[in-house]
Ligand binder design. Structure first.
Ligand code: TZP
Ligand code: MG
Length: 215
């Protein structure tokens, strides 16, 4: 079953001062640190060598398989299919679902981002497995992020979840926010900087799990 509790997202842009080899080591470490989902999100990184991107992602995918971590790809269907990812995540302005869905193997997980109430009420594609809702708080990790929702508006949006899809919150989430986000009805938290910039990734993941369980 899809466990969205600790949903880590990262890509080379989150390790701007590191070589691709070091970025790989750091992303592998995130995957091995107890997260339940890992999403590879690459915002147009220009890799030095042809084929390096797919090699990197295939290697991360292999680590995720060993760790039994659900492996998602942001936005890139071809890449998701090539590395046999568990799923693909798309935003509102990415490839339209009517075009995307026919390309997906039936067992591939499909996630969709929503950013407001009208996008929640518009969710009707039966192929969608979960939603990402945000940004809940202001974030520095997404250049084109829309205005932050706040927990109160996020709960209002969750009340309009007519398909009862699992929903993961995203955007500026810190450890201290987890209890309020769980109480708001979210099924998990998606984070970039909380883990990519953590001094101790495994300790941060453990603290997140503990906070979530006890909330
Ligand atoms: N989508 C909405 S906010 C966001 C994405 C990809 C960035 C989340 O990153 P952080 O560092 O956890 O705020
Ligand atoms: Mg996108």
């Amino acid at each position: 079953m899809l466990d969205l509790t600790i949903y880590a997202i990262a890509g080379p842009q989150d390790y701007p001062t590191d070589s691709i080899e070091v970025a790989f080591e750091k992303m592998s470490h995130v995957i091995e640190s107890g997260v339940t989902v890992f999403q590879y999100r690459d915002k147009g990184m220009a890799f030095p060598k042809l084929g390096q991107r797919e090699q990197l992602v295939a290697a991360l995918r292999a680590v995720a398989k060993l760790e039994q971590v659900t492996f998602m790809i942001d936005d890139d269907v071809k890449l998701a299919l090539n590395v046999h990812a568990d799923g693909i995540h798309v935003g509102q302005s990415d490839l339209a679902l009517e075009k995307l869905v026919p390309q997906l193997p039936t067992d591939m997980i499909l996630g969709l981002s929503i950013n407001n109430l009208s996008e929640m009420t518009a969710v009707d594609n039966p192929r969608i497995d979960y939603l990402g809702l945000g940004p809940i708080f202001p974030t520095n990790s997404k250049a084109d992020a829309s205005a932050s929702l706040g927990v109160e508006y996020a709960s209002e949006i969750l009340n309009a979840n007519q398909l009862h899809l699992p929903v993961v919150g995203i955007g500026g989430i810190q450890l201290k926010d987890l209890p309020a986000l769980k109480q708001a009805g979210l099924n998990g938290v998606a984070v970039i900087s909380l883990l990519t910039q953590a001094q101790d990734v495994a300790a941060t993941v453990s603290a997140m799990k503990e906070s979530w369980q006890n909330a």
